[in-house]
Structures are given as structure tokens and as C-alpha cells.
Design a protein around this ligand. Sequence first.
Ligand code: DQQ
Length: 505
Amino acid sequence: MTHDLTQARARHEDAPKGLAERAVLDPHRPRFHFTAPGGWLNDPNGLAHWDGVYHLFYQYNPLAAAHHRIHWGHATSRDLVSWTDEPVALVPGSEGPDRDGCWSGVLVDDAGTPTLVYSGRHGERELPCVATGSPDLRSWRKDPANPVIAAPPEGDLTAFRDHCVWRENGTWRHLVGSGIRGVGGTAFLYESEDLRDWRYVGPLLTGDASSGTAADLDWTGTMWECVDLFRIDGADILAFSAWDEGTTHYPLYWTGRYEGDTFTPDALHRLDYGQRYFYAPQSTRDARGRRVMFGWLQEGRDKDAIAAAGWCGVMSLPRVVTLGADGQLAQAPVPELARLRRDAVRTGAFTMADGTHVGLDDVSGDQLDIETTLRIAPGGSARLVVRESADGSERTVIEVSRAADGITGTLSLHRETSSLDPSVDSEPRYGELPLTGDGAVDLRVLIDHSALEIFANGRALAARIYPTRPDALGVGIRAAGIVAVERFDAWRMAALFDGPRPLWP
Ligand code: DQQ
């Protein structure tokens, strides 16, 4: 590892200068979401609450804003709000099974020894590897026995990577994401006494790739990335990111029953309506007993724009995940984020007639937290407009609508006019919105420059937007049908990240 570090630092010296300096000049760079100091960030890894400290590792390329020879970046927090950059935890070896990248994985507590289980990449192949950490989790030693599983199970597989590891009845259990060609995505189950010597048990569950196509929002793909198995409020959840031959798709989850060596699914659900904008999520149970989840908010701009920006990829805000009354997951940002709120604006209750618009002149900005409760008449909708320029040429619209039957609803994000830049992704996003009989919608919207996270009655929708106009800061509401705004509170959010940070802490 020392050799790897020396080599990696030497490469770093040769890296194009100024990634971090360029990154902070980009108006699209979030200020209260976690981002890497510069270069490339993707999946959250090794999430843990260890001795009172939250550890967030992440897929990181400090050399360029491109997915290449991935390292593990590392940041810590005591409150899930402010983050300290820690030394890069894993660098690809100059030789060995991870010479082309240290791909996604987890952190487990092996009788007091912090231990990472990750996918070492060599050529097109990924195999499970292990590294042990110092007590402060700041330096890591790769196990000389890597890879700890020499080959995937027999069969024609689409991939074999990413890990979910837990202790059960005195034994380690381990899921590795995969896919059986011509059948569907799967998670292979292994067992071990020591995290090194693994016995293959079998597939925990296998999807059916023939049951849909990549155009379907609930298609389970040809491979399952970043599987995450957890129990929450008595329900078993198997979360994964559906992948298909090099293309990332959507984060999904099964509800069901994990028993013995199998998972019997009840139902399949979408984890985030933003689709690929909340990808490869990972969760952990913190010391307060909460299930805390992060996901990767991918970019919606092209490679040239990313290279020019010098950075790429945003970590979602930490979410608390619970089980909703409808048996589906309910998500909300951790309450600790309220510490960043400044300059509260509270409008008080008001009612909007059909076809009216209210401009909220006191609420404007590109770093905002908005909380509102809207009661919508059957057949009506409320459109919350954010990041609107003075001339209206740029605006992003979050729409909550209630069907005429009064009991079904839809959450939509319209990005067609978010940006005058024709090269950025402007596809809309939408999903089903659970409503109670009175048609009330608790809507929370967090805007952080290009990062947008929406929570409506427990459903989540994350996306990226790239307004070009410096005055695209306005906020307003439009009503179709009668909309009672029972509460509308907004805050400016303080910046956590301002100046350049060392790319190689
Ligand atoms: N990203 C990692 C893989 C994982 C994918 C590589 C998901 O381990 O399957 O950076 O985004």
C-alpha cells in the first residue's frame, strides 16, 4: 500500500493543475451538498457511524473529472451536515487485482478492526478485495490475499461487483451484485468466518430481464449494481441499481422477506423518481437507530462541459429512510440540515384561485430550502416554480397534481425550460404521489445550484439543473384548480464549501 500511495502521489504531481481552483469558480457547483474537492465523484461507499463519527467514502478520481482508475475518497462528519476531507483511503495498485480501480464497497467492524470490502478492477474484471484500517480509519492496508474471491460463480455473467456485508448468527454474509446473461440481474450470497475465506451459497434473488425493456421505469436490468439489504421497521428491503450493458438506469428496491438463503419479494418500487440522478445508493444504521442513505447525483451535462468545470458528481443530502404506512419507503433529508437554514421567510396560509400565480418576491436564490403544505382540489395541481429568471426564459417547475378521483397523485419535475443551454439534459421526471383523502401534499424542495432534491409525501426525486442566467433565482406558485397553501416556509441555506480544497488531502 505504501508503494501504491507513493506511485499515486507521483501521478498526482503530474496531474493537470487547477482542478480544485476551477471547480470553485463553477456557478453550478453545489455549496451545501458534499462534492469531491475536484475531479470525479460517483458512488457513496463504506458508509458507517463509527465511534460517533459518520464516515463517507466515495468513488473518486482526483486526477481528472472522468471515471478512470477510481480511488476511494473519504470525508467525516459529526453531524451529517459539515464534512472534513480525510486522506484518500484507497488508491489503485501499481499491480495486483485493483490496478485499474478500487470500485464500490462497504466498511464493516471486524471485532474492532475497520475493514473495507470492495471490488478490485483489473481489465474488464472485478473481484472482491479487503483492506484493514488504522483505529482512526485514516490509513488502510490492502490484504495480501486479495482478491479474496478468486472468480465469480460458474455461468455466463454480465458482471460481478459491489458488496453488501453483514454479520448474522456469528457468521459474515456477503452479497455481490451480478447478472446472469439471458436471465436477469442477481445478488450472489456468500458466507465466511473471517471475511477472507468465502463459501458460495447461491443467488439470493434473480430478476427477470425479459419482463421489460430499458424504457420501463421498473425494469430490473441485466445486472444489479450496489445491492443493499436491510431490515426496516420489520420489513426487509433489497435495494439495487438496475444496470444494462454499460448504461446505468434506476435505483429500485424490493420489499419482501429475507429468510435463510433467499429473499422472497412482495413488490418492486422505485427508490427515487430522478432515475439515474440518484444512483448507486448505500445506507447504514446510525447509532440513533436511523437508516441513513446517500446516493450519487450524476451530471446532466456533457463530457466537454464536465472537463471544463474540473469537477463532476454530487453526493445527495443524507436521507432518513423509514417504512411508510403504504408499505413503501418514505424518505426525508436528515433533520440536522436545518442547522444551515438562514433568513426564514414564512408567508402564512393563503388560498389560490384556479389559474392564479403568486410570485414570492422575498424568497429567491440558488441555495434554498422550501417547505410547504399544499391542499389541492381534485383534478387540480400546484406548480412550484424555482430558479426563474426575471424574463421567464429560464424556470424549473415542480408540479404536484391530484387526479379527479381525488386519491391518486403525481409528482413531476419539468426541466424543459430549466436552462437556455441546449446541451444539458432537460428530460422531465415524474412518479406516483401518495395522497390522503384531504389531498394534502407535504413538499420539501432543496435547491443547491445544479443539485435539486424534492421530497413529496415521502417520495423522493433528485435531479440536476443548469440555469445559465445569473438572475434565475425567482420562486413562485401557480395554481390549476383551487390550491390552499397551508404553510410556506423558506430559508436561504448557508454554504459549507467555498474555497478550493486539496485534491489529495
Ligand atoms: N460504480 C462503481 C461500481 C458500481 C458502479 C464503479 C455504480 O462498483 O457498480 O465506480 O455506479
